[in-house]
Design a protein around this ligand. Structure first.
Ligand SMILES: NC(=O)c1ccc[n+]([C@@H]2O[C@H](COP(=O)([O-])OP(=O)(O)OC[C@H]3O[C@@H](n4cnc5c(N)ncnc54)[C@H](OP(=O)(O)O)[C@@H]3O)[C@@H](O)[C@H]2O)c1
Length: 308
């Protein structure tokens, strides 16, 4: 019997318990899934950062910690955690992110706000085609690639930027500092899908925002610290950046007094871009436990040096 500890907010137990048990059964895993195993008897921890578990030092026979979240910045610095840590790559979460990003790109591209504001008058305009609106996606991982591919499929010229060099069909792939300058220089819309690491902190700052074409728009479903908030507010006020849609923030919930709430050029959404979906995520967790038991490499293993 494999002891699996579930450590997330208590309401998650209601949504994840049954899908996890089903996925374990389908994968042929005999697991005892609970929230109250004695730490020293636990084989795997299914983990979310806002759950009760912060000290891993008593999990002496644990083989891996399996995160329900894609972003691992809240756990990566935990000194008590030296076990293999896997982040979540979930087809359901990815589909949600693709839909959210595509929706917000199309809002900008089709100027849907103007259509809504002008619904009391007959004033035809010719809208540009996607092929005339270059989009840059910062981050070409599980989520960035899926979004970039969908946008490219719709006809947008898509540039993607990552840490390591890539060659991906239908995408202009850039990497490194020079690649970032190139990726930003053409972007009418920028989508941030980078992890929160020391290397990505304030990646959009005074200097990089200035590299964007005048009137560019920004969509951030990645993480709040990717953007220097003061620099973005200044760029919005000067008009250099036309609008920003922000789903994630340095402090969440976004404090009531934060200037983003009332800013006419900012849309705030409450960290809703993409949620891990229990049924598909449970299958990923089960597959990683199966791999752990079979001595096979884990999927989506976090690189502690890189921070993601
Ligand atoms: N708002 C929401 O609801 C929500 C939901 C889920 C996830 N997220 C956020 O989305 C982020 C991305 O998720 P993911 O699953 O796509 O992550 P991922 O698969 O780990 O991909 C991360 C991408 O960022 C690139 N990258 C990392 N550090 C970089 C650097 N210093 N310079 C340039 N590129 C860098 C990586 O480059 P390489 O390819 O070269 O490694 C990779 O392409 C998560 O970390 C999380 O913060 C938000």
């Amino acid at each position: 019997m494999i002891n699996v500890q579930f450590s997330a907010r208590s309401e998650r137990w209601e949504t994840y318990g049954a899908p996890l048990r089903k996925a374990f059964a389908e994968a042929g895993i005999e697991a005892d899934l609970r929230r109250d195993h004695a730490p020293e008897l636990v084989d795997y921890v299914v983990y979310a950062p806002n759950g009760p578990l912060t000290d891993f030092s008593h999990y002496t026979s644990c083989k891996a910690v399996l995160s329900l979240w894609a972003g691992v910045e809240a756990i990566i610095g935990n000194q008590t955690l030296t076990l293999p840590l896997c982040r979540m790559v979930d087809p359901g979460l990815t589909a949600g992110m693709v839909e959210w990003v595509t929706g917000h790109v199309l809002r900008y591209h089709l100027d849907i706000d103007s259509s809504i504001a002008q619904q009391d008058r007959w004033q035809p305009v010719v809208l540009p085609l996607a092929q005339e609106r270059p989009v840059t996606v910062l981050g070409l991982g599980a989520l960035g690639q899926a979004c970039a591919n969908t946008l490219a499929h719709l006809g947008f010229p898509v540039t993607g930027w990552s840490r390591s060099p890539k060659q991906l069909k239908s995408l202009n792939c850039q990497h490194g500092a020079a690649g970032l300058r190139q990726a930003l220089s053409t972007a009418k819309i920028v989508v941030l899908l980078l992890p929160d690491t020391p290397a990505t902190n304030n990646i959009l700052n005074v200097e990089t925002l200035a590299r964007l074409p005048y009137g560019a728009r920004i969509i951030n479903p990645g993480r709040g610290p990717l953007i220097d908030d003061g620099a973005l507010l200044a760029a919005l006020d000067s008009g250099h950046i036309a609008h920003a849609t922000l789903d994630v923030f340095r402090v969440e919930p976004l404090p009531a007094e934060h200037p983003y709430w009332a800013h006419p050029k900012v849309t705030v959404t409450p960290h809703i871009a993409a949620e891990t979906r229990p049924i598909t995520a449970a299958q990923v967790i089960a597959e990683n436990i199966r791999r752990g038991e079979a001595g096979e490499p884990y999927l989506h293993l976090v690189d502690r040096q890189l921070g993601y």
